[in-house]
Write a protein that binds this ligand. Structure first.
Ligand code: GLP
Length: 240
């Protein structure tokens, strides 16, 4: 794991965007794995600004998002689909047919998981996967205890994850109890991974990731077994 040290959230966002833009320019038809949460918002703003000013194009890029809440349709403002539309997709020239996010209101969620996984593999896997990290070490919505062999599956969200994500909802009870997430094995098949960590509230997770053992109890620890992972961590997350 390569650790890229940055000062703060802004610098993290700029650095992450710089790496993504370089990869998109080098391979305009790449497959990009995207994340939601507060962490990548600044990165998406940088991508949009670069798209407007430097005209990096996403016309041939295919995207796969990590996860989606079960029970929320793309039209719901709290869905990850709506989040992505607002922060990125509506602001760049990506084609609708190249955007992929699990369907949280599919009639057959199990089938949705299988098909989503197959679709990723059909596109040759993910070239660059962007990740945030939960305070409990979750990546995507792979909560502690998830098998490292897991592919796209249904998850029961950890109470601490629901609490952490309640800030995006009006009432904490509105946070869905379940989600669809790509699995740990799916993430590990990505050719390159970029993990973003910012803020004091992620310090314990950063420490555990860097110093801890590889253990299913801390999902992000699996990244130590990947050949091409960069972590962009700011001063507050690193604690120095
Ligand atoms: C959610 C997402 C994760 C994200 C995590 C951290 O649970 N499913 O993909 O990494 O939150 O979010 P934040 O960046 O808001 O701290």
């Amino acid at each position: 794991m390569r650790i890229i040290k940055v000062k703060d959230y802004d610098e993290m966002s700029k650095k992450a965007a710089e790496i993504i833009i370089e990869r998109v320019r080098r391979a305009p038809d790449m497959v990009l794995g995207l994340a939601t949460g507060g962490t990548p918002i600044g990165t998406y703003q940088e991508l949009v600004s670069d798209h407007v000013h430097a005209e990096t194009s996403y016309r041939n890029v295919t995207t796969f998002n990590l996860d989606e809440y079960i029970g929320l349709s793309g039209e719901s403002s709290h869905s990850y689909r709506a989040f992505m539309n607002k922060h990125l997709f509506e602001l760049i020239d990506i084609l609708e047919e190249n955007i992929h996010i699990p369907n949280g209101v599919s009639e057959d969620i199990q089938k949705e998981c299988i098909e989503y996984e197959e679709l990723i593999q059909k596109h040759g896997g993910i070239d660059l996967q962007i990740l945030g990290i939960g305070q409990n070490g979750h990546i995507g919505f792979n909560e502690p205890g998830t098998s490292f062999e897991s592919t796209t599956h249904i998850v029961e969200l950890d109470p601490s994850t629901r609490e952490a994500n309640a800030r995006f909802f009006k009432n904490s009870e509105d946070v869905p109890e379940k989600a669809i997430t790509i699995g740990i094995a799916t993430i590990m098949r990505s050719k390159e991974i970029l993990l973003l960590i910012s803020g004091e509230q992620k310090r314990a997770a950063f420490k555990q990731l860097v110093n801890g053992e590889v253990d299913e109890k801390f999902p992000a620890s699996v990244l130590k077994k990947h050949q091409n992972v960069s972590i962009i961590a700011d001063d507050a997350a690193r604690g120095d």
